[in-house]
Each structure stands twice: as structure tokens, then as C-alpha cells.
Design a protein around this ligand. Structure first.
Ligand code: HDE
Length: 705
């Protein structure tokens, strides 16, 4: 509530003195220090501290004294620094930015954010993994959260989505079971951040509705190269409501400007060791260097008649509407251009809630969404500890807000003056506004009270199959390998078999491949299907990552292995070619101090080889002198650098002197190797890198799935 709503609010002398002293405290001028301009250390009460190194003791070797309130306060606060981590999506990373509206969507929605072309709305985004705890590694095979808080002029809109457009379950009542099954098993407390264990696959194999989602999480979508190269999805059908309260169903999709890209599973496993913070570091580096990641927000708009034409239900979150059937329309772009000042204050304390929608956006009856709308408030209270969590700057709306909520733990603001209710006859305080205020779509609902899954939710396999057949052969192989890997960690043969019985309803070849790789002697019977799976759904190219490659190397990184005695001009050539493409170069050397070029110049390194394995890069270059190659071929890490880049189908630029290193690493140059004779040759190499990977190599370095 602002000052105007405070009857009789006259600035007093006390208030003036108070304001001045607060300003002094913030400026730090109050206490001059021995160190000059640096502010004096104080207690939380503002008392200047004279000694922060020693507790107060009775004699230098005597007992500590209870009256040391500075120590008591300091240690008390430290002991309470942690808040509960999120039950799911505990590990995450956030950034600020803005959303820019392309055109007015007034025809469909009265949401203020979509009224004016060119309007910029501040946003905060948090990306996350789901299963792992806060300290887990970034490249778990997992869904990624993609949660966006839009600070609109008519209140916060939280689009709390994932990088996968479907979900495991159809009804929110199954969420605790799903999450319990995915998390570490309760007796042994492992495995951390992975689904490759009995409990998860036991639950899944007994839950046919999850099969579509399983295809997605076994695909490369679950091991993204970077948050910047992921799509995002609102998942559920929502409603747009226009000025006349007419409803249009809407599904939200984020498309990354840099195109999609994932890593290989073998790469993911190694990245987790080499750099557990791979994704957060990537986002940090991109924003720090001014390469602001960008996504386009697209909508799929449809009405009830359109929805009625499908066999499946648009309220079922295990289904998609293929983009070929209903092309997404771009309605704006989001740019992330500012890192949080403080991780805890912003990324850890941000409270996303699906129920935060502004006027003009409303919910469908999707039972998963309805359950979420109920759940997210509880989690905020539990984690942030007070109903006043909206007082935290990251959660507070950036538009004017006025209400009569008051008191409670940690209240930062309370209504001023006498008025804290309405109606009142004081002529003060906020009032409801039937015209501008939030109105729900007046949907009618009737029927007996039941616990019943509708028939229209019964087909669990057709779209799982559609996803699978939409993948390129390379991606299909990855799905088979992922399923095999995960099920190979399941110790109970009956669970492995039960999963294969589901795969038989999705694709016979896939089921057979996985069964063979698992060493199953006989194929089980296909699982009972509530509805016969359809085999006539056409492939959708939009579902493949490889078919939607960026055809650009922008935003990617080349790791350059160097040695003493190289031509410095070569590196300049590489850097120029990379810069022209919008890509980055990182020097990896035997010593972090760098190497000395043939002309005596020092080339500083970013990484020592041990800390910069090739899994951290999208492509590599081997720029070594003959002596350097002779030295490096003795180093296991240098041989791994080359062998891994090769096995992971990366493009490799090299000087001729690198040949002995390749031989020692057991690598035979193929069409993915680009020989560099002079600095100008790098332009061609970077162009080749636009394909991102040389996929045909994969079948030569790996037994076919
Ligand atoms: Fe969430 N989910 N969820 N979820 N979810 C949470 O809220 C929940 C679901 C998603 O970066 C929690 O603040 C239920 C689907 C994201 O802070 C919790 C159900 C989708 C985030 C919760 C779902 C999501 C969460 C835990 C089943 C994709 C992280 C901490 C009905 C569309 C947000 C928190 C962030 C977080 C409940 C299912 C996305 C417990 C009950 C489907 C991105 O409230």
C-alpha cells in the first residue's frame, strides 16, 4: 500500500531522522575505517566490530564468554543459512532479461503483456534439473525445468514449463509416487540424480501413461549441450481470454535462437566429472561476454472444435499437438542479458507458481495443471518460511499493487494508517475492479463426483511411437542405447522385461534391439494396451533435434590443444574465423601458464589439458609443433583429448604435425578432419562445424544398437 492510502500520514521529524540514518548506513559513511574507504564491519544490529578474528575469552587460553554477542549472532546466523531445497528441480540456475512482444494479440487475449508491439517486459528465468539435489551435477539424464516469471503491468505471470512438451503422468495425484520413485531409493540414499535404478523403472513399467515421456527422456533432449540450445514448453493447454471473455486454447513453446543441440551420453558422463557446473558456467559465460541467449515464444492456438477432432484429449499432458498439424506462431522474443547479483537472493528464493496468471490468461481442466495450481503455494511457504514471500524483491510484482494482507513472519510492508479492510467508509484504500480485474472463463461443468480417468486419456502408445519414428536413425540409436543403459542398471529382471513389453507396443525393432542388448532370452508378450496403439500417425520432423540443427556454429566453443613452437598466426586465424561465426575459442595447453610460439610470443592458456578435456568443446583443433606432438603423445590426457573428440563425432582441425598424436590415440583421420596449412584455412573449418557433428562416424566407433 502506498503512502497515499495512509489517512493522516504526515512525514514526521522522527521519520526524517530515520531516513537519513538509513541512507548513512547504506553509504557506509557512518564509520570510517583504518583501511580508508572500506566500510566498517558491523553486527546485524549495526554495532561496529573491533575484532572479527578472536572470540571473547577469559584470558588468552581461557574459556569463551557468553557475553560475546558478536560471536553468538554470527554463528547463529550461519547455522541458519540453509533453507530447504526444492523437493524437485532443486538444482537450477537463473538469469534476468526481457520479453519483447511482436504484435498485439488483442484478438485472442486481453493480457496486457500481449497488447502492444515492441513492449518490453522484465523477466526472470530459472533452468533446472528435476531429480538431483542442489549440489548434483548438471548433465544428468533428466528433464530440464524452464520456468519464466514475467513481471507484467498486470501482475506476475509464471510460465513454469519444461524442455519436454509432455509429462510422465496424467493426474497430479500420482506426482509424489513418480518423484519418490525417481529420487534416490529411501533405504540406501542412492543413486543421485539419475533414473537408472530399480524403483524408477518399476514405477514406470507399471504406469503405461508415461511411455510417451519415456521416449523423450531416453532421447538426446534429456542431455542438452546448454540451456541456450533447448526448447521450452508450457506443456498444458491454457486459455487466452479476450475482452469479450471469448476463449482460445493456447499451448506455449520457446524456440532457441541458436538452434537445438545435445551431447552424447558418453560425453555427458565425462562432462559431469570434468565440470559438474557445465550448464551454469555456460550461461554465466555467455551473459558475461555479451552473447545474450535468446528464445522466441510461439503459441499454438485452437478452439474446441479443433480439439474435438483428435483421438486424444487436449487436456491430457502426455500428448502433443504436432507442429505440422498446428504450426506455432511466434509472438515475441526473450533475451537474457543480466546475471543475478546474488544466487541465493534471486535464483534460490524465486518462487514460481503456475497459478500466477494475469487477466487474459486462464487454465484448462488439465488434471495435472489443476493439481499444480494447488501445490506450488505450499512449496513456497515450506521453503521460504513465511506467507510474506512476495515481499522478497525477486518475487514482488514490478507493477503497482495494493491489498490488505498484513503481518505474519518477516512482513516488510504493512498497510499504513487505519484502513486495513474493505468495504470501508474512510474513502481510502484499494477497491476491486470488475472490468480490469482477473475473470475466469465461465466454463460449465457437470457430472457426478467420481475418481475416474476419462476414456479420452486411454491411448498411451500412439504418440510414443510417433515420437520414435520422427527421429533420425542416429537419434533412434541413441534412444535404444539410453534404454539399454538405464535398464542395465536395473537389478530385477522382471522389471527389464516389463519395460520391453511396453516397447513392443511402440516399435518392434526398438523393443528387439533393447531386448538383445540386455541379453533377454525371449521376447515378452506386448503389454496390455487399453486402446490399440495407432501405427498410422505420420512422422513429425519438428520432434527431431538433428533435423532442426542451427546450420550455424554461433554460440559454440572450439577447444584448441597447443604446444610450444607453433605458429602464432595460426591461432589468430582460428580466432578470427570463430569470431566471424559468433563462436568462441579456448586454449588448452600442457601447462596453464601457456606455451611459447615459434616467434617467442607467449600464448596464455585457459586450461591445462587435465582440466580441459575435449568433452567440454563442440569441436577441437590440434595445433602442435613436431616436438610438441612428440611430447603430447606421451600424455594420456592428450591422447584422450583426441580419442574422445573422435569418438564423440566432433570435427577436428589439425596441422600435419599432429599425425603422430592421432596414431598414438588410435584415431584414423576421416572426412571430419580438416587439415590446416595456413591461417585462412580456418574459415572452411568453422563452416564445416555448422553441421555440429559428423554423425556417420558414430557407427564406426560404436557397436550398432
Ligand atoms: Fe512442478 N513443482 N509439479 N512441474 N515444477 C515444482 O515448486 C508439481 C510439473 C516445474 O525453477 C515445485 O517451487 C506438481 C510439470 C518446474 O523454481 C513443486 C506437479 C511441469 C519447477 C512442484 C508438477 C513442472 C517445478 C518444487 C504434478 C512442467 C521448478 C519447488 C501435478 C510443465 C521451478 C517449487 C523453479 C517445481 C509441484 C508437475 C515444472 C513441488 C504437484 C508437469 C520448472 O511445487
Amino acid at each position: 500500500m502506498d503512502k497515499k492510502t495512509n489517512p493522516g500520514n504526515v512525514p514526521s521529524e522522527t521519520a526524517r531522522i530515520h531516513d537519513q540514518s538509513v541512507a548513512r548506513g547504506q553509504g557506509g559513511e557512518l564509520h570510517q575505517t583504518a583501511q580508508g574507504d572500506m566500510p566498517t564491519l558491523t553486527t546485524a544490529q549495526g554495532t561496529p566490530v573491533a575484532d572479527d578474528q578472536n572470540t571473547l575469552r577469559q584470558g588468552a587460553r581461557g574459556p569463551a564468554l557468553l557475553e560475546d554477542s558478536h560471536f553468538r549472532e554470527k554463528i547463529f546466523h550461519f547455522d541458519h543459512e540453509r533453507i530447504p531445497e526444492r523437493v524437485v528441480h532443486a538444482r537450477g540456475y537463473g538469469a534476468h532479461g526481457y520479453f519483447e512482444t511482436y504484435e498485439s494479440l488483442a484478438q485472442y487475449t486481453r493480457a496486457d503483456i500481449f497488447q502492444r508491439a515492441g513492449e518490453k517486459t522484465p523477466v526472470f528465468v530459472r533452468f533446472s534439473t528435476v531429480a538431483g539435489s542442489k549440489g548434483s551435477f548438471d548433465l544428468a539424464r533428466d528433464v530440464r525445468g524452464f520456468a519464466v516469471k514475467f513481471y507484467t503491468r498486470e501482475g506476475n505471470w509464471d510460465l513454469v514449463g519444461n524442455n519436454i512438451p509432455v509429462f510422465f503422468i496424467q493426474d497430479a495425484i500420482k506426482f509424489p509416487d513418480l518423484v519418490h520413485a525417481a529420487k534416490p531409493e529411501p533405504d540406501r540414499a542412492f543413486p543421485q540424480a539419475q533414473t537408472a535404478h530399480d524403483n524408477f523403472w518399476d514405477f514406470i513399467s507399471l504406469t503405461p501413461e508415461s511411455m510417451h515421456m519415456i521416449m523423450w527422456i531416453m532421447s538426446d533432449r534429456a542431455i542438452p549441450r546448454s540451456f541456450r540450445f533447448m526448447e521450452g514448453f508450457g506443456v498444458h493447454s491454457f486459455r487466452f481470454l479476450n475482452d469479450k471473455d471469448e476463449s482460445t486454447f493456447v499451448k506455449f513453446i520457446w524456440k532457441p535462437k541458436l538452434g537445438m543441440q545435445s551431447v552424447l551420453w558418453n560425453e555427458a558422463v565425462k562432462i559431469n566429472g570434468a565440470d559438474p557446473d557445465f550448464h551454469r558456467r555456460d550461461l554465466w559465460d555467455a551473459i558475461q561476454s555479451g552473447n545474450y541467449p535468446e528464445w522466441e515464444l510461439c503459441v499454438q492456438l485452437f478452439d474446441q472444435d479443433f480439439a474435438d477432432k483428435f483421438d486424444f484429449d487436449v487436456l491430457d499432458a502426455t500428448k502433443i499437438i504436432p507442429e505440422e498439424v498446428l504450426p506455432p506462431i511466434p509472438v515475441g522474443r526473450m533475451v537474457l542479458d543480466r546475471l543475478p547479483d546474488n544466487f541465493f537472493a534471486e535464483t534460490e528464493q524465486v518462487a514460481f507458481m503456475t497459478q500466477n496468471v494475469p487477466p487474459g490468461i486462464d487454465f484448462s481442466n488439465d488434471p495435472l495443471l489443476q493439481g499444480r495450481n494447488f501445490s506450488y503455494l505450499d512449496t513456497q511457504l515450506k521453503r521460504l518460511g513465511s506467507p510474506n514471500f512476495t515481499h522478497l524483491p525477486i518475487n514482488a510484482p514490478k507493477c503497482p499493487f495494493h491489498h490488505f494482507q498484513q503481518d505474519g513472519h518477516m512482513a516488510m510492508r504493512n498497510p499504513r494508517g487505519r484502513v486495513n479492510y474493505e468495504p470501508n467508509s474512510w474513502g481510502e484504500g484499494p477497491r476491486e475492479d470488475p472490468r480490469k480485474g482477473f475473470r475466469s472463463y465461465p466454463a460449465t461443468a457437470d457430472g457426478p463426483k467420481v475418481r475416474l480417468r476419462p476414456e479420452s486419456f486411454a491411448d498411451h502408445y500412439s504418440q510414443a511411437r510417433q515420437f520414435y519414428i520422427s527421429q533420425t536413425p542416429v537419434e533412434q540409436t541413441h534412444i535404444a542405447m539410453a534404454l539399454t543403459f538405464e535398464l542395465s542398471k536395473v537389478e530385477t529382471p522382471a522389471i527389464r522385461e516389463r519395460m520391453v513389453s511396453h516397447l513392443l507396443n511402440i516399435d518392434q525393432d526398438l523393443a528387439r534391439t533393447v531386448a538383445t542388448k540386455l541379453g533377454l532370452r525371449d521376447l515378452p508378450q506386448p503389454a496390455d494396451a487399453a486402446v490399440a496403439p495407432r501405427t498410422d500417425l505420420p512422422a513429425s520432423d519438428a520432434l527431431s533435434i538433428i533435423l532442426n540443427g542451427p546450420d550455424s556454429f554461433a554460440g559454440r566453443k572450439i577447444g584448441v590443444l597447443v604446444s610450444d613452437g607453433i605458429e602464432a598466426a595460426l591461432l589468430q586465424g582460428l580466432e578470427q574465423a570463430a569470431m566471424a561465426e559468433g563462436a568462441m575459442v579456448e586454449i588448452v595447453a600442457p601447462r596453464v601458464g601457456g606455451v611459447e610460439a615459434a616467434d617467442g610470443t607467449l600464448i596464455p592458456a585457459k586450461q591445462m589439458i587435465d582440466g580441459g578435456p575435449s568433452v567440454l568443446y563442440d569441436a577441437v583443433a590440434i595445433i602442435v609443433s613436431p616436438e610438441g606432438a612428440a611430447e603430447l603423445e606421451q600424455e594420456a590426457t592428450a591422447r584422450d583429448f583426441v580419442a574422445d573428440a573422435f569418438a564423440h563425432c566432433k570435427f577436428i582441425a589439425h596441422v600435419d604435425a599432429a599425425a603422430p598424436l592421432f596414431a598414438k590415440a588410435g584415431v584414423k583421420p576421416d572426412e571430419g578432419f580438416v587439415s590446416i596449412g595456413g591461417p585462412d584455412d580456418f574459415a572452411g573449418f568453422v563452416k564445416t562445424c555448422r553441421q555440429l557433428r559428423l554423425w556417420p562416424r558414430e557407427s564406426k566407433v560404436k557397436l550398432p544398437a
